[in-house]
Design a protein around this ligand. Structure first.
Ligand SMILES: [Zn+2]
Length: 331
């Protein structure tokens, strides 16, 4: 996958981000993809493939000279041959002993197959996706509708991680999601370790504003900060959560390494691609930068508002994940 890194990216990194990024980065939310892991009888548009080498190539461009490792997630597409995809993911992960991966699960997956894949490939967790919801309503499904109870029982028995991109209109601010997370973490599945993706799916301020006072008191909750490019969710997490529960993540490659950003419109947010938008530019020679840099700028500004120390920031960028995922420093 060609790396589209531009002069405006370099200038912004050197002048605004270089000092902020520690010398090691653990990306707790990124995706790999292989076209030949789609089922033979489905129609789909082939897409750019992504392997560990692509993540590393992008990593070197974005964070020059930093050591990078990853928590890799399968990439969801309807029509994926799930076991083949997971086998490819498991094989690929052998190339990087300091990285980890969560396997793709969909509601029809048999728990025996999931266990076999975990045992064979060493996955540390599950990655369910709302697009496979058993209700067919991908925008308003509850957790158990795309991660069935028998899979949660397995995750609980084995103390697995679950990277959870919450569904429903208000993400973590939804009353049913909050009730489910409260029940699962405190009663029903106390051994599951949840990573709530995208600041608990709070691309805007409202969901995390509603949820934070509940979430911060629940056990076994972590967050990845991927793909959020607005300030308020970061300020809220930095000021109100236990910082050790925060992991840097990017959502690379496709959802983060494009020129543009996630722009909020009220309670909605949208991926905006200035290259295709026909914007006219005035006032300055500055041009749009990579979405991941927009996220990092927002994180940096929120860290300034919240008064985070260099040590706190280093924790968010890699140490918290290393500790929680039990990855040795020199793996
Ligand atoms: Zn993602």
């Amino acid at each position: 996958m060609p790396v589209d890194y531009r002069e405006e990216d370099r200038i912004l990194f050197e002048e605004e981000l270089d000092d902020f990024i520690p010398d090691r980065v653990f990306d707790a939310h990124c995706h790999l993809f292989w076209n030949d892991c789609m089922l033979p009888d489905v129609e789909y548009l082939p897409r750019t493939e992504a392997r560990i080498s692509d993540l590393l190539e992008w990593g070197e461009a974005i964070f020059p000279s930093r050591r990078m490792n990853f928590l890799v997630l399968g990439l969801p597409r309807v029509g994926t041959d799930v076991r083949k995809h997971n086998a490819a993911l498991g094989e690929e992960m052998k190339k990087d002993p300091a990285s980890r991966s969560n396997l793709l699960v969909t509601p029809p997956c048999d728990v025996k197959d999931i266990e076999a894949d975990i045992d064979e490939h060493g996955f540390i967790g599950l990655k369910p996706y709302r697009i496979f919801s058993s209700t067919g309503d991908i925008n308003n499904c509850r957790i158990h509708e795309f991660l069935p109870h028998e899979q949660m029982e397995l995750a609980n028995d084995r103390g697995l991680w679950v990277t959870m991109h919450l569904s429903r209109a208000q993400g973590c601010g939804d009353a049913e999601n909050l009730a489910d997370l409260t029940e699962y973490t405190t009663k029903r599945y106390p051994n599951i370790k949840w990573i709530l993706a995208h600041c608990a799916r709070s691309f805007t301020y409202y969901p995390i504003q509603v949820a934070i006072d509940t979430l911060k008191d629940l056990p076994n909750i972590w967050y990845d900060l991927s793909a959020v490019t607005t300030l308020p969710p970061f300020i809220t997490l930095f000021q109100k959560e236990n910082l050790k529960r925060l992991f840097y993540g990017s959502d690379g490659i496709d959802s983060a390494y494009f020129h543009g950003k996630y722009v909020t419109f009220g309670r909605y947010w949208y991926q905006v691609y200035p290259d295709d938008a026909g914007f006219s530019f005035a006032h300055t020679d500055a041009r749009p930068v990579l979405c991941i840099y927009e996220q990092l700028l927002a994180m940096k500004q929120a860290a300034e508002v919240a008064g985070l120390s260099k040590d706190d920031i280093e924790g968010i960028f890699w140490r918290n994940a290393h500790y929680a995922l039990e990855i040795p420093y020199d793996a």
